[in-house]
Design a protein. Structure first.
Length: 505
């Protein structure tokens, strides 16, 4: 057995010795005129500053007042949306923000690399922060909400990526820090809309990129390895466990003395294998994430059927917390915890002047093997004052597929059409799901979105766009959990035309 391992290692080393990277970066800017008229990079001694500013105006058929922390706009159907309105539409084709990256060779073929980037909301100047969109609405009645979302950016100083590492022309690149998940990398390459919040369900929602939960589209404390050999590329990623897992009590009356500590075991891993042949490319991605967290709504207020805050129930054993909460619910979130696995298949083909895209992901989720307790850590320094570890009656199965095409009308204008669908199974016990019996969020359901938009490049750095997205939900995906069992979306559809402009550097 040891000889077999040594042989495999030798083969890998031999193959790696002929590895070359095919990445190409724009040439550095040499003048202000060149910066204004070309796509040259703001590079000095191997360090590049880059960024984007993307803003527009939109109309939604069923939306909410905008929130200064929201970075995704309101193009997708929302459980709490209730009225048509015009609004400022942030980050339509690309997240506004700024970053700095570098690559400095310290010996022939070896370089130090780093990247630090963050998202900023153009409508408010605030850092992109999905968690704050929920805490800003904590305790309010549903009819008073501003837009609230879940996502992988939670107001961190570098809410996109923050990592450093070493790169070799022969042995690949190894980095450590906060990094995009392998599913996010694949989504940006194989989504016809390139993850555009205004026109892409898989970009806006993040379930696919995160392998089951949108918060996992980016991983903290993660090692990431990339290597290219000819037409084939390989990637692997591992996330170390971090944070606090909180505690729970078997007693109906909780105290600090009876609250049993839980252990943080939110490690994750994944790998990616892909390649290209001529004008065709394809990728396969697998991801596994323990103690994955999903935040579906702000903490409930007066409309809660049994308590002033939904954080007063321990879902591990369903005992109510009688008396003072162990965790102050102020500025906290309510999380559903699962153990996720996902397999993704993607393909792209260029038949000038059209590029065709297609993808499919299969996700299976179960209740966590290692539960989280009240007070557990969530992303960005937030804590959970309420936790559901037994949210799934049975295994939840999710299928997501998408397709689309990008047509180059001329050298400056692209027209993009995209279609997305998500389906889930019946994982309810007993499986009584019908219009007569009543739907629950554990019933089978479907979400669809179609979009089309035109993007015209006025200069190399500035483009203008206009398009429309339409989305709708049915069955279990149209239940507005956790407002209480069986409460539906206010409206099960949303129409969202958008126009705007983007400047990149």
């Amino acid at each position: 057995m040891r000889k077999a391992y040594l042989f495999i290692a030798a083969v890998v080393l031999l193959l790696s010795s002929s590895l070359t990277f095919a990445q190409k970066s724009p040439d550095p800017c040499t003048s202000g005129h060149e910066f204004a008229t070309t796509d040259c990079a703001l590079t000095w001694h191997g360090i590049t500053v880059y960024g984007a500013y993307d803003v527009g105006v939109g109309w939604v058929s069923h939306g909410l007042p905008e929130n200064g922390y929201n970075y995704e706009g309101e193009s997708l159907v929302n459980r709490n949306g209730y009225q048509h309105r015009f609004l400022v539409a942030p980050n339509n084709l690309q997240q506004s923000g700024v970053g700095i990256r570098g690559k400095e060779e310290f010996r022939p073929g070896w370089s130090v690399v780093f990247n630090a980037s963050t998202g900023i909301n153009p409508q408010s100047g605030l850092l992109a922060n999905a968690s704050a969109t929920d805490t800003a609405n904590n305790g309010l009645p549903r009819s008073s909400y501003s837009i609230a979302i879940d996502g992988s950016r939670a107001g961190q100083p570098f809410n996109d990526e923050y990592y450093g590492g070493v790169s070799s022309t022969h042995f690949g690149t190894l980095t450590f820090g906060r990094q995009r998940a392998l599913g996010t990398d694949a989504m940006l390459l194989y989504d016809p809309a390139g993850g555009a919040y205004a026109f892409s369900y898989i970009g806006y929602n993040g379930t696919m990129a995160g392998g089951g939960d949108t918060q996992n589209a980016r991983w903290d404390d993660a090692l990431k390895y990339r290597i290219i050999y000819g037409p084939v590329h390989f990637g692997a990623m591992y996330k170390f466990a971090d944070g606090s897992a909180g505690c729970y009590s078997a007693s109906a009356t909780w105290t600090a003395a009876t609250c049993t500590p839980e252990q943080a075991k939110n490690n994750a891993f994944g790998f990616n294998l892909g390649g290209n042949s001529g004008k065709f490319s394809a990728d396969f991605v697998f991801q596994h994430y323990n103690q994955a967290i999903s935040v579906l709504n702000p903490l409930l207020g007066p409309q809660s059927p049994s308590a002033s805050y939904q954080s007063t129930t321990d879902s591990i054993n369903t005992n109510p917390i009688n008396g003072t909460n162990l965790i102050d619910p102020n500025n906290t979130v309510y999380g559903i915890v699962t153990e996720n696995n996902a397999m993704m298949f993607t393909a792209k083909y260029t038949w000038d002047p059209v590029k065709f895209f297609a993808g499919y992901e299969y996700i299976w989720q179960n209740n966590p093997s290692n539960p989280l307790g009240v007070g557990a850590s969530d992303q960005g320094g937030y804590n959970m004052s309420g936790v559901e570890d037994k949210n799934l009656d049975n295994e939840k199965l999710v299928n997501i597929w998408w397709t689309g095409a990008k047509y180059a009308y001329d050298s400056k204008t692209d027209i993009t059409f995209s279609w997305y669908q998500q389906r889930q199974n019946d994982f309810r016990s007993p499986p009584t799901c019908s219009a007569t019996a009543g739907f629950r969020s554990s019933c089978a359901g479907t979400l669809n979105e179609g979009s089309i938009y035109v993007d015209h490049h006025i200069t190399k750095r500035f483009d203008a766009f206009a398009g429309i997205a339409y989305s709708w939900v049915s069955g279990g995906l149209a239940i507005a959990i956790p407002h209480k069992p069986g409460v539906p979306y206010n409206y099960n559809n949303n129409c969202a035309p958008t126009v705007g402009g983007r400047f990149t550097f």
